[in-house]
Design a protein around this ligand. Sequence first.
Ligand code: ARG
Length: 450
Amino acid sequence: MWKGRFAKETAELVQQFGESISYDWRLYKHDIAGSIAHARAQVQIGLLTDEEFSAIEAGLREIEADIDAGKFEFKTSLEDIHMNIEAELTKRIGAPGAKLHTARSRNDQVATDTRLYCRAEIDHLTGSISHLQGALLDRAEKYAATVLPAYTHLQRGQPVTVGHHLLAYVEMLQRDKSRLADCRKRLNVSPLGSGALAGSTINLDRHAVSEELGFEGVTTNSMDAVADRDYIAELIFAISLCGVHLSRLSEDLVLWTSAEFSFVSLSDAHTTGSSLMPQKKNPDVCEITRGKTGRLLGNLVAILTAIKGLPLTYNRDLQEDKEPLFDSIDTLSLSLAVNAEMIFAMEFREDKCLAAASDPMLLATDLADWLVKQGIPFRHAHELVGKAVAEAVSTGTPLDKLDLSKIDAAYTSDAQSVFNLQTALAARTNPGAPSVDNVKREIERWKTTI
Ligand code: ARG
């Protein structure tokens, strides 16, 4: 492509070192769409005839079909997807192929391709996140009224329902989708026409090209346009955070499937055994999901580090943007799919959940609230309940079996009424709180939202 200035071939090792075709081949559809739009703009200003355009378009479509069919031979010597396609086009159609690259650089070309690629992948990931939300919602509905202890510091805190707990993850995933949508909006502008860095003396209609490619506008600074990889960093971040959410869900499930909790049983199809210990049923999907989050975070550090020391404008370091990007997309995409399948099939052991949630200590806060309703200031009420808890612990008496009147006269016989799980849950009616009615209403809302 640049032989005019060079007397020697690129060294074999340099080709091996610098090639990106082994991974950037997957941009081919976007590269071809971009080239067709670019060629059409050349027709508009008389640089290509209609016939030349038709030859270019047909040639590119043939190449696309060959790549689709796995019949295209990618060459490492042609470095990347852009040069592989252009060289093959010229080989197939001759002279018009050599006109295609007018007023274009691989710098604006690769920026265009990756923006189009990210846009399509965001749409795909968004669908996969919705599918996982659907799985969580399905289980939340089945176990909307199943009581469960909720924890802080992994110590029992207060009663909630399984439905409420699972809906917390639906919330996180909704924010993940909104972050993706936000990233999509910002990346959806066309860099094509920015050239290598300073546009071109040949003025193609950038707006027409942008419109053909479904962009919402054009970039407004040619130097920024070829140097910018914010959209890749943003997308990898949005993916990382979604991965972090899946990792937290995984950790809940690892705990819940342990004999110590026994709240959940996963399907045999989504667990594995041990080659030595015959009794084992391991939550590998959860653990692998949690483990793969490490790669996502690594990819985020990789892209930010690749960009951080670069002067304007394009530097070859930027070629390092693609592998972390592709890996993050692949990793999250598979994690979402396998987790959705596993969650659709997961069962809660309601007897175990109820037994754990029946610990009267979970209602210590409710007892303090009861004292407050009798006119006791909260700080004092907290202390009075603390005394009752200390008594329960030191005498080994369940909190609801203590004679509270011996602790303080403020405890009338009515105080005992606090120790009813169902009324305790039903009282939590504030927006966002876990009463069964609230949870059911939330489930209905989510059904029309996700
Ligand atoms: N394969 C390159 C990349 O991914 C394309 C752009 C190359 N531009 C250049 N001036 N060498 O970044």
